[in-house]
Design a protein around this ligand. Structure first.
Ligand code: HEC
Length: 126
């Protein structure tokens, strides 16, 4: 039996390692994402708390996304989707491309964006 549980632990460790490689959350850091959010001017459009209400949102033809509800995301709301959106930008909307950031930086930003949605959700359903 000892062998069996040891191999189960080994399998879990392999799975965890696999996930760690696959998912940006494993490398993403919320504090780093928050700094990047401010350093790259995201708040000007998306607002300090990510509610889509930054000063540059006023009068914008396409409203910057409110990050408080991930179901409202138009281009996918998984970490991978957000990383991709940051890399490509959204043509003709005002949402710039952040292809000049490293993929780790885009991962940090994505983890931060998801954390905004998760904390807004927790506020709605305490
Ligand atoms: C000049 C204004 C502006 C800036 C600066 C800006 N955005 Fe946006 N962003 C937008 C607009 C407008 C949209 C909505 C586009 C649409 O709906 O077609 C958007 C959409 C998004 C989306 C897509 C959500 C979805 O619906 O799938 C993400 C993610 C995002 N922004 C993240 C960021 C991050 C992170 C930064 C900073 C690194 C940033 N944005 C900077 C204007 C901006």
């Amino acid at each position: 039996m000892r062998n069996r549980s040891a191999s189960a632990i080994a399998a879990a460790a392999v799975a965890a390692g696999f996930l760690a490689c696959k998912r940006p959350s494993a490398v993403g850091s919320i504090p780093a994402g928050r700094s990047l959010y401010h350093a790259n001017g995201c708040a000007a459009c998306h607002g300090l708390a990510g509610r889509g209400d930054g000063p540059a949102a006023r009068g914008a033809v396409v409203r910057p996304r409110d990050f408080s509800n991930r179901r409202d995301f138009r281009f996918g709301h998984t970490l991978e989707d957000i990383v991709r959106t940051l890399k490509t930008g959204i043509p003709a909307s005002g949402m710039p491309t952040y292809s000049y950031l490293t993929s780790d930086e885009r991962g940090d930003l994505a983890v931060f964006i998801v954390s905004l949605a998760d904390s807004a959700k927790a506020e709605r359903n305490p």
